[in-house]
Design a protein around this ligand. Sequence first.
Ligand code: UDP
Length: 327
Amino acid sequence: MNVLVVGGAGYIGSHMVKYLGNQGCSVTVLDNLSSGHRDAVLCGELLVGDLADCDFLDQVFEKQSFDVVMHFASSIMVGESVVKPSLYYRNNVTHTQNLLDAMVKYDVQHFIFSSTAAIFGEPEYTPIDELHPKCPMNPYGRSKWMVEQILEDYDRAYGLKSICLRYFNAAGADPECELGERHDPETHLIPLVLQAASGKRDAITVFGRDYDTEDGTCIRDYIHVNDLCSAHWLAIQSLKSRGESQRFNLGNGNGFSVQQLIDVCREVTGKDIQVIDGERREGDPAALVADASRAQLELGWTPKFDDLSAIVSHAWAWESKDCGHVG
Ligand code: UDP
């Protein structure tokens, strides 16, 4: 099977490329390396180029045919999206449309899209299922929701079949420690807490202790990056066998507060992690927990790493490798 992985040099994309390689797929990675890393592409061919460049896309699709396209490339920082909406709509919507138009032009019919829990906005109920109202609270979430809607229209008009996977909080690292999270700047909670544990940072700032949750800190559903990869793999099988467009929420269904997460990190690392209490971060809902039963029922997906300690252990092994000391 020939798979085009757009954004395959980034955090989740690079884990997917390794996963596909292990399944015996022929993988082509398209990445502009704006935030991804060349050495994170462990198999397949890396084509460096940008979705803004339609001539480049023509060359990619003319050269070979693909059974499925996976799209991980996007701008992902909620706060940045509020101050730079133009960048977010251009990267996440306009450039995605270039990719979709190339797929239509070259008759590639299967697409898997990295969507997000941010399309739901402030939850009206939890756990959040696929039917929950979509009221994104920031340009990042809106850009992803726009693409989901574009995909509905492209299915109706052009027969392009898509599966949108709405990640809750992607976390962890390759269990073999070849890959992990390498964002610059890093804004995600787990790597930041672990950098405070390794000494790379002095402390972790908790964004708000006055939420309406048991300990006052925000609750999130952390899902291992390899479990996201297995869901993508099952999504490919579903596109091949059923040929239907589908949407799935992907999480473990367990919520952990920021404070609980820090406590697990202290346990796993054995380090005394310094904590600073900060203000709320704009646009953060109090609790985001997935109801992933549709993915379990329709894709046969079962997350393997449903234990937060295992997720943190893999992230810590990666952080320790990066710092050159044993975790
Ligand atoms: N968070 C925090 N301090 C940080 C980074 C994040 O307290 O330095 C909190 C953030 O407010 C949210 C949770 O950790 O409640 C997860 O944030 P992250 O940015 O990792 O993912 P998000 O939920 O925004 O996708």
